[in-house]
Design a protein around this ligand. Structure first.
Ligand code: DC
Length: 222
């Protein structure tokens, strides 16, 4: 690569393939990776467990500040929260339903963004989320914005849910995907949108390896 690339941001809407692509990209480059969605999911799980109403932004912020998250495992899909190692629980339908509400709360975002910046400070990282290029790491060496059609994204999520044994109609997943897009891109605090200097890539019709290769080519061209 022409110039030293140490921090890569990957943003985009739900189920655009960010997590799988980010993990594979990190593996190829020998970087670590962090899917920041699991941090919002962990706070959502804690809120539901502790009976904190997901509309109560102040209490959600206190909950996030009182429980700094730890990352466990090499795969980047587990979080240590208040002494609980959370993995599959982070994908529970109850977490899915409530995570957009929790991630809307500015006090939660402030706290998690601070934790994310601290982690990125170690360098050689692929960080995945919604606001990484726009807010968390505005100086990232490369900002990738992954998109795909709503139909393809719903199909991908539906497939993942089938594999987890969650029986659900494809049409339901499609309408939930569209609803989450709306909440994520219309919230006041750091809405989902590409950074001005982001490199946009539509993943329709591409498999993970092809997407990763395109990003590697982009890294090499910097
Ligand atoms: O990527 P995901 O589905 O695991 O994300 C879960 C939720 O968290 C989703 O509603 C968007 C939100 N999120 C966010 O607001 N900012 C991030 N950096 C990552 C996720």
């Amino acid at each position: 690569m022409a110039r030293e690339v140490s921090v890569i941001a990957i943003d985009g809407p739900v189920a655009a393939g960010k997590t799988a692509v980010g993990r594979e990209l990190a593996r190829t480059l020998g970087f670590s990776h962090l899917d920041t969605g699991i941090m919002y999911r962990a706070i959502t799980w804690l809120a539901l467990k502790n009976g904190v109403p997901v509309e109560d932004e102040t209490s959600l912020g206190e909950l996030a500040r009182a429980n700094p998250l730890g990352l466990v495992g090499d795969d980047g899909d587990q979080v240590l929260a208040a002494g609980h190692t959370l993995g599959p629980e982070l994908r529970d339908p109850s977490v899915d339903r409530n995570v957009s509400m929790v991630s809307k709360a500015p006090p939660v975002r402030r706290e998690l963004v601070a934790q994310q910046r601290q982690i990125a400070g170690r360098g050689k990282i692929v960080m995945i989320g919604r606001d990484i290029g726009t807010l968390v790491l505005p100086d990232a060496d490369l900002k990738v914005y992954l998109t795909a059609s709503a139909e393809n994204r719903a199909q991908r999520r539906w497939q993942e849910m089938q594999e987890r044994g969650q029986a659900v109609e494809l049409m339901t997943v499609l309408s939930e995907t569209l609803a989450r897009d709306r909440t994520d891109s219309s919230r006041e605090d750091s809405p989902l949108r590409p950074a001005q200097d982001a490199w946009e890539l539509n993943t329709d019709g591409l498999d993970i390896e092809q997407v990763v290769q395109k990003i590697i080519d982009q890294v090499s061209s910097l």
